[in-house]
Design a protein around this ligand. Sequence first.
Ligand code: SF4
Ligand code: SF4
Length: 472
Amino acid sequence: MSEQDKQIVDEKRRQLLKIGAGTIAGVSAVAGAGTWVKHRVDGVVQDEFPVEVSPDYRSMDQRDVLLTFGMSPKLAKQYPERNLTFGEETAGPIQPGEKPFNFQNHMINFATAHERADNDRVGYTQLDYSLEQACWYGMNNLAPLQSTGVPNSGTLSWDQSDLHHEKYPFKDSVEMISAIKTAAKTFGAVRVGVCRRDKRWDYDPLYDVTQEKTLTWEEDFPFEPKSVIVMLTDMDYEPMATAPMIPASATAAMGYTNNTIQAGAMAKFLRGLGYQAVGSGNDMGNSVAYAIAAGLGEGARNGTLIAPTLGPRVRISKVYTDLELDDVTYDKPRNFGIMEFCEHCKRCAESCPSQAISMDDKPSMGPTYPGCDDPKYNWQGLSGMRKFYTDSKKCFKFWSENGGDCGVCITACPWNKPDFWHHRLIDASNAVTSGVVHTMMKQADILFGYGNVNDEQAVIKFWRSGIDGDFT
Ligand code: SF4
Ligand code: SF4
């Protein structure tokens, strides 16, 4: 062993010892603090939405949502500066003979990537893409284009013609929420919460890109929603571990199919009980905000929801309904210590191939990424909520170039782990320890080989997972 190699090994040993001490301290805290720890791990209930929101905060116009804009030739013509400015900011002035940047072409590129499968490129073969297409198949037939934000589609239709003429005689709100949660479990959701409808999180106006038409809640939506049921479906650990390669896209696509089934079934269930209801996926509003409000997790640095024990490896669906519960029966937001962990971690931002994720130390009330002060560049970024702002335009550009929807910031995240008992113990210590331990835990994750991305071995392992392990 060379002198340099010895030094590296010694340094790793020193780091491991430090990490071990920190982890043991965290785990000891878990073991020693009894019911308080359990309380913290289950989440500390908050009276209000747990993130600072400015009084000036406004609902987002769906025409400014990137995937909606990217689908729309009409909006591309209406706002040519959106394409031009992004192209120039990210690639410099257009050179003679060069085509200007265009989100709409990138969307087509992304949607047709499976046609360019390459059997010599691990993770991008016909096998990988065929799996991804199969996973999209359910959503594409049940609620076409909901993943890109198209409302009123298929099983997520706004049609209320099958509404039962009589309301089921629930005894009280507890019986209502119990029925809703039992039904969600039956539909395959892994978590469910119910919160009041909050107009701040809804797109307004909505935009149906298939008709190139704005829609309003007051005139076009069939009823005034009172409550929103939020359901989570999980994505498999092993395919997600291949990110940004295509098996990761496949499990995300299956997540969309599952949440289409679950939201459609829940809306149908409620209409059968005499309550108006419409299921929703990526359309209608901000799913992460609703999931936080329903107590299912916290918003994270990478822009996703992190749910305890599942991490960011979840997809969210929601159902708008006129069913109303007593105030005390609604689920409440909860603090799990996740945002505090994010402040010290940054692993997703360090791993992101498009540098779309904030490296700031603290969340802010508006975007801080390059170009955010230029309204021609930052036409899409909301502000007025304290969080880490990602530049989703850069993220989407990478998706198009990659030929699949990335997922690196999910795979790299220390909260993303298989469901083994020792990981649950570590989750518990995450929730009760503080900054310096969080940093050490992130380092431990790296040293123990978790959260690797671009890992060809993960693809091989994934394609063996049907016969290896305990599946068969
Ligand atoms: S999906 Fe990929 S490109 Fe997008 S923010 Fe996450 S890591 Fe970055
Ligand atoms: S990788 Fe770290 S910073 Fe990023 S979302 Fe996960 S915990 Fe937060």
